[in-house]
Every structure is written in structure tokens, then in C-alpha cells.
Ligand binder design. Structure first.
Ligand code: CA
Ligand code: CA
Length: 353
């Protein structure tokens, strides 16, 4: 049926394979296009493609850009140093801690990591490193090797190239989504190896009541229930723990929190992971699911919509009721213009600075 990929990239063969991931199809192959490459010194490559209408595979051409990024990278979980969109001067090798590490690091070498979602910001950087000499520095740059420096970590000698130690340093100015460049610096010769790295978020936890702005009543755990499945309501604010919530940031997701009721210790939760209008907002044992994660969408100084991550719907007092005890559910979020006059989705969080 023809050629799937022509002979290109300094290699006489390409040993392809196809993988479907998140609704798209990808064509993996190899070429010899890197410096020093050839038919027997190969590099793995990937292109995104779509099948033809009749189900056949189109002719796919090698590119240096490769496939577009399938999603952002979370810097607040451990990332292997060998997660690399592009690099210069580095190699990888087996690590004594398992998996691989980045090695042969010298002054001016770098790693590019693409599409890193810092969200509201990072406060520190931690890396697992080893050095058989006297170490060097990791400079953290945004957008290019000469872009803004958001942190610099000093690495000392650890007594061996597989003798691992953890180093940390403060980070400022890393917000939003950027390409991250780990640029290595130091004296002559090999500086250190790196196994993995991770940032820490600066999105602070806080504690607050949530007061519905159409009624002035508080989001409330009815009758100090500790049971799973108790639907929340609005109630006269009384200063009790059943109306106070600890907002814990969801790492790596901007402006997003789990809300733990101080009295019951249970999480604010949309019943049954429902995406329907009218699904109950109740309490449930905390499990970290996206129906227990709420993004704060700012309306005014201390006023927010609480948007459930799994559904994109808002925590809402049913029927725009101003009655004590009216139940709370999720509903399609009102537009910013509607919120000027309709406030049963607007919650005042006085505890959020
Ligand atoms: Ca090198
Ligand atoms: Ca590693």
C-alpha cells in the first residue's frame, strides 16, 4: 500500500511502532540524525499522525520538532532528571538507586523540560545528585538557557558518582507554564550526576468559613454530622468548627484545593462524581479524587466561585434560596456578568489572605 515513512534522518531503517494515547495516534521510530548518529547509532523519535478516512496510514515525514506536548508537566511531583525534551552535552546511565540518571555533566551543559505548569508559583527546588569531584551549580532558567533565573542550587562533592545526596534551594518568580532549562555550571571537568528533581509549591494552605453572598449564611455540616454522604446546607453563621474548612492546596494545580471540614474531618465532595446540575455537595472521606478538588475562581476581593474540577460546575445554594437550611449542590457556573446580581454561587472566604 505504499511507503509509511521514507528513508530519512541518516538511517537505512526505522523500526516503527504505533501507540494510541489520550485520543491521538503516535508513530515511534528511530533515526540517526543526532550528531555522531547513523544506521547503527540510533535515536528514538516520535511523530503524531491521523489515520486516513479509509483506515490506512498516511505517509509520515520525520521532523526535528516531533509530536506536540500531550499535556503539561507537574513540577510538584518527583520528575526523573532523564525526562528531557532537549539537551546538550549530557548522557544517561544506569543509577545505583534504580532507573537512570543524567551523567557527564560539564559547565554549560543543559536539559530542557517542556511545558512545566508552575501554577501560582514554586518556593523551592530539590534535586538528587552525586559528585565524585567538587560539584557545581544547577541554574534554573525559564524559556531559554539565558532566560530569567528563578533559582540556583549548589551541589557539593558527595564522595562518588553514585553516592547520592539531596540538595535544595529557594525559588522565586516561577509561575504559570514555561519551558524549564536546568543549566549546569561550575569549574572544568565533570561536575555531578542528577537522578531526579522536584519543586515545592508556594500556594499556602488556609482555614476559612464560606459565606454565601446572596444570603449571608455559612456553608455548614448539618447537625455536626460525621457521616459520609451528609449533604451540606447554608445555615446561620455561628463560629463553630462545622462551618470552618481547611483548604489544602492540590499540588501542581493552580488555585485548587481540597476543603476539609474542621468538625468532621471529611472532604467537601460532589456525590457520585456526578457531572449533573443538581448533584448534591456533601461530605465524604477524603480520597484525593477530582470530585473533592475545587478551583477558586475569584469574583471580588475575598469572594470566589468554587468550581469542582471533575465537572467544571459550581458549588451553589439551591434555588437561590435565602432560607436557613437550604441545601447546597453543584450547578452550571454563572458568567462573570451574572455574578453582579446573582450571588448564590459566590462564597466569601475571609480566611484567605
Ligand atoms: Ca558533558
Ligand atoms: Ca532517574
Amino acid at each position: 500500500r505504499g511507503t509509511v515513512m521514507p528513508a530519512q534522518g541518516s538511517s537505512f531503517t526505522n523500526h516503527p511502532g504505533i501507540v494510541d494515547f489520550k485520543g491521538n495516534s503516535y508513530f515511534f521510530y528511530h533515526n540517526g540524525a543526532l550528531p555522531g548518529g547513523g544506521g547503527f547509532t540510533r535515536s528514538v523519535a516520535v511523530e503524531k499522525f491521523s489515520y486516513n478516512a479509509d483506515g490506512t496510514i498516511p505517509t509520515i515525514t520525520m521532523t526535528t520538532a516531533g509530536a506536540p506536548q500531550a499535556g503539561t508537566l507537574d513540577p510538584y511531583v518527583r520528575q526523573e532528571a532523564e525526562t528531557i525534551a532537549w539537551g546538550s552535552g549530557i548522557e544517561t546511565e544506569s543509577s545505583s538507586e534504580g532507573g537512570m540518571n543524567v551523567s557527564w555533566i560539564e559547565d554549560g551543559d543543559y536539559i530542557k523540560v517542556k511545558g512545566v505548569a508552575f501554577g501560582t508559583g514554586a518556593s523551592s527546588f530539590t534535586a538528587r545528585v552525586a559528585s565524585g569531584t567538587s560539584g557545581g551549580r544547577v541554574e534554573l532558567h525559564l524559556d531559554s538557557t539565558t532566560g530569567p533565573t528563578v533559582g540556583t542550587c549548589t551541589v557539593s562533592g558527595t564522595g562518588g558518582w553514585q553516592t547520592w545526596s539531596t540538595v535544595s534551594c529557594p525559588v522565586t518568580g516561577a509561575t504559570g507554564t514555561h519551558d524549564l532549562y536546568l543549566r549546569f555550571a561550575g569549574g572544568s571537568g565533570y561536575l555531578f550526576n542528577m537522578n531526579w528533581w522536584q519543586f515545592t509549591t508556594n500556594q499556602p494552605a488556609f482555614s476559612s468559613t464560606a459565606v454565601a453572598q446572596h444570603s449571608g449564611y455559612c456553608l455548614d455540616d448539618p447537625n455536626q454530622s460525621t457521616a459520609d454522604g451528609t449533604q451540606y446546607r447554608q445555615y446561620t453563621c455561628g463560629g463553630g468548627e462545622e462551618q470552618r474548612f481547611d483548604f489544602h492546596p492540590v499540588l501542581g494545580v493552580a488555585d485548587t484545593y481540597t476543603l476539609v471540614n474542621r468538625y468532621s474531618g471529611k472532604c467537601l465532595d460532589v456525590r457520585g462524581v456526578s457531572t449533573d446540575d443538581g448533584a448534591a455537595v456533601h461530605q465524604w472521606t477524603c480520597h484525593g479524587g477530582t470530585n473533592q478538588q475545587f478551583t477558586l475562581r475569584q469574583v471580588a476581593a475575598n469572594d470566589y466561585q468554587l468550581v469542582a474540577v471533575h465537572s467544571g460546575k459550581c458549588v451553589d445554594v439551591s434555588g437561590i434560596s435565602t432560607a436557613v437550611g437550604a441545601l447546597v449542590h453543584q450547578w452550571t457556573c454563572d458568567s462573570a456578568s451574572a455574578l453582579a446580581t446573582k450571588k448564590n454561587q459566590v462564597w466569601r472566604l475571609t480566611g484567605k489572605s
